[in-house]
Design a protein around this ligand. Structure first.
Ligand code: FCB
Length: 437
């Protein structure tokens, strides 16, 4: 097996508008951040990475680091600050951003919804409302009318399951609800929003490539021999991983999704590629009293390598997921993969091990066409604020050793012969319940 990647492979990093742009006052996250207790250490996104103004210099840096693609999101609340009111200024700004990417040789991959909602939309029950999919599609239609010629790759929605879970079931993100019914309704409406957006984009830009960034988490039984642990893993896999993919494949909501919203069919095969966000896996232990979490508890055994956020580091999961995806016979882009690692002692090995898993899946037939590392520089990590550091660079764009290593990989299109070992052993940490993301 060679560690050379195919010709034309896209090498890049991924960001989301609210996490990097700064001063995003018109969305629901800005308001949420002002309330003490919502964000770790009381952090607020504030001016984030000031990327709204510094984008051109930032893209020049990514070009220098050998990248040839970049995933970013457009901030809906800037483009449509009031219902049906579109901002010519914001649209002109994003036109410049996309032109700058091209000028720096970076193929844009544009996400239309990455967790944040305009305040006006949030005030109208956001994704719980039956009107939400059509309102989202109106925004998407306008964006593609204005910018459809400036990008070929479009991602409708980032991680519908994570969004529904964090915002409506776990209650850690705005609007902070804890309701299975609300989460189910939101998930159904996000899928309908994707269907409508897919049709809007295809009608206006038929040659575009449209997909959705799906967060796949591996669920394994904690005890291989325990039938109920195994059952829990099957149920979680269906609910969290397979449900969305099925709905996109068949154009119909699954039985579980139909319990929460009525009606609604979409086009069959409503994606041109599969977008995969892969970070970690969970081991599940059956716990009959944990009704709120579908009768299972997520555990990480002591001694398992993990990130600063306690997520297990499990590169084999990348391979297993891609191998499963290969059956869909669609091109695949790894739209996110990365690790919270403040001192960069884990990231070099994480990077190489996960890319090796990608390479192995390609050898076995998975059509992986690109990899976007999360993320280029430390940024506002939602509920974790600035404490979780996922960057190949720090917030001031100082390049970490892993950033240099990634540059070498992008420039040569191949992996180094040996995996850099972790530079310092991780401090032993008490096991902590992992988050579902
Ligand atoms: C993903 C999100 C992304 C970032 C990474 C760490 O679930 O899409 O915005 O928070 O996790």
């Amino acid at each position: 097996m060679t560690d050379q990647f195919p010709q034309g492979f896209l090498w890049g990093t991924a960001t989301a508008a609210h996490q990097v742009e700064g001063d995003n006052r018109l969305n629901d996250w800005w308001a949420w951040e002002q309330v003490p207790g919502h964000i770790r250490n009381g952090d607020r996104s504030g001016d984030a990475n000031d990327h709204y103004r510094r984008f051109d210099a930032d893209f020049a840096l990514l070009e220098q680091l050998g990248q040839n693609a970049h995933r970013l999101s457009l901030e809906w609340s800037r483009i449509e600050p009031g219902p049906g009111q579109f901002s010519a200024e914001a649209i002109a700004h994003y036109r410049q951003v996309l032109a700058s990417l091209r000028a720096h040789g970076l193929e844009p991959m544009v996400t239309l919804h990455h967790f944040t909602n305009p305040v006006w939309f949030a005030q109208q029950a956001a994704w719980e409302s039956p009107d939400a999919p059509a309102q989202f599609a109106r925004y998407v239609g306008r964006v593609v009318d204005e910018l459809g010629d400036a990008a070929r790759f479009w991602i409708t929605i980032n991680e519908p399951t994570v969004f529904a879970y964090q915002s409506y079931l776990k209650g850690d993100w705005p609007p902070g609800y804890r309701s299975l019914t609300a989460a189910g309704r939101v998930l159904g409406n996000l899928i309908r929003g994707h269907w409508l957006a897919f049709e809007q984009i295809k009608a206006r830009a038929p040659h575009s490539q449209v997909g959705l960034a799906h967060h796949v988490r591996l669920f394994d039984p904690d005890r291989w021999w325990a039938p109920f642990d195994r059952l829990a893993a099957v149920v979680y896999n269906r609910l969290f991983n397979l449900g969305v993919l099925r709905a996109l494949e068949t154009g119909r909501l699954t039985w579980f999704q139909r319990r929460f919203i009525s009606g609604g069919q979409g086009p069959r095969r409503s994606q041109d590629f599969l977008g995969l966000n892969y970070y970690t896996r969970d081991r599940l232990r059956f716990s009959p009293r944990n009704r709120a979490e579908f009768f299972a508890t997520r555990v990480i055994p002591a001694g398992v390598p993990r990130s600063d956020l306690g997520w297990e580091i499990y590169p084999e999961g990348m391979y297993r997921t891609l191998r499963g995806f290969a059956e869909a016979r669609l091109p695949i882009y790894v739209t996110e993969n990365g690790v919270a690692d403040a001192d960069d002692h884990l990231r070099p090995a994480y990077l190489v091990d996960h890319l090796r898993a990608v390479r192995r899946a390609i050898t076995e037939g998975a059509q992986v066409r690109g990899y976007f590392h999360w993320t280029c520089f430390d940024n506002f990590e939602w509920g974790e604020g600035y404490a979780a550091k996922f960057g190949l660079m720090d917030r001031d764009r100082r390049i970490r050793p892993s950033g240099r290593l990634y540059a070498e990989i992008c420039q040569t299109g191949s992996l180094p012969a040996s995996v850099p070992p972790p530079t310092a052993p991780p401090e032993p940490e008490p096991p902590r319940a992992p988050e579902l993301r």
